[in-house]
Design a protein around this ligand. Structure first.
Ligand code: SF4
Length: 214
């Protein structure tokens, strides 16, 4: 008998992929991190200008290391910046990329993508600028409603990000969002992509059964 968890993930992933497609996204379900990486690479040409924002799932499946490995000569990697000014400049250049690797803090069952950003560069590039956008997200980021998705972004993803960055915010002491106004807060820009309106399939969503990111 097939693994019940794998069966459920596949059913849910395919259901949400269909709902994302109804909203103009290109969407697919794959079972494993390795398949997610291969699917993402199938959308990318070697000579594309490629960049990315905060995208832990793309890191976890090995996509970012692959892009940094030398076979893709036109990457814009802001982590190579030596100064804050250079980092800002590289983030600006990312708007001209052929392919931008974005992310999702949560996705509602009806196919809406929710993100919270500190600076807003990632969410801005996801909605305008780069020719194509790729989002890799585990099915554990799927929430019942868009309100549930916002809650997940706020109660799960944001506090974990704050821990990762070692920030001095209430959630790093309590483990939950305290709706703070801390200067260190990453919770500055809330984005819901309700439809991929700029061009059918501009944003390609790869839903993954295997857990990636957080
Ligand atoms: S609003 Fe403040 S407390 Fe809530 S998750 Fe963001 S940084 Fe943490």
């Amino acid at each position: 008998m097939a693994c019940p968890t794998a069966m459920r993930n596949e059913l849910l992933g395919n259901t949400v992929a269909k709902n994302l497609e109804k909203r103009g996204f290109e969407a697919v379900y794959v079972a494993t991190a390795a398949e997610a990486k291969e699917k993402a690479l199938s959308y990318i040409r070697k000579d594309d200008v490629i960049s990315w924002g905060g995208c832990r799932s793309a890191e976890d499946c090995g996509l970012i290391d692959e892009l940094r490995g030398g076979a893709y000569p036109n990457i814009i990697d802001r982590d190579t910046a030596k100064t804050p000014e250079e980092k800002t400049e590289l983030s600006r250049k990312a708007f001209f990329a052929d392919v931008y690797i974005g992310g999702a803090n949560a996705i509602s069952e009806d196919g809406q993508i929710v993100n919270i950003d500190g600076n807003g560069n990632r969410v801005a590039a996801m909605t305008w600028g780069p020719t194509n956008v790729i989002v890799i997200a585990s099915v554990d980021k799927i929430a019942k409603t868009v309100e549930d998705a916002v809650a997940r972004a706020r109660m799960v993803a944001a506090p974990i990000n704050m821990q990762r960055f070692g920030k001095d915010t209430p959630c790093t002491k309590t483990g939950t969002c305290m709706n703070c106004m801390s200067p260190d807060s990453i919770c500055n820009v809330f984005q819901i992509i309700r439809r991929c309106n700029s061009r059918q399939g501009r944003i390609k969503v790869i839903l993954v059964g295997e857990k990636l990111g957080f």
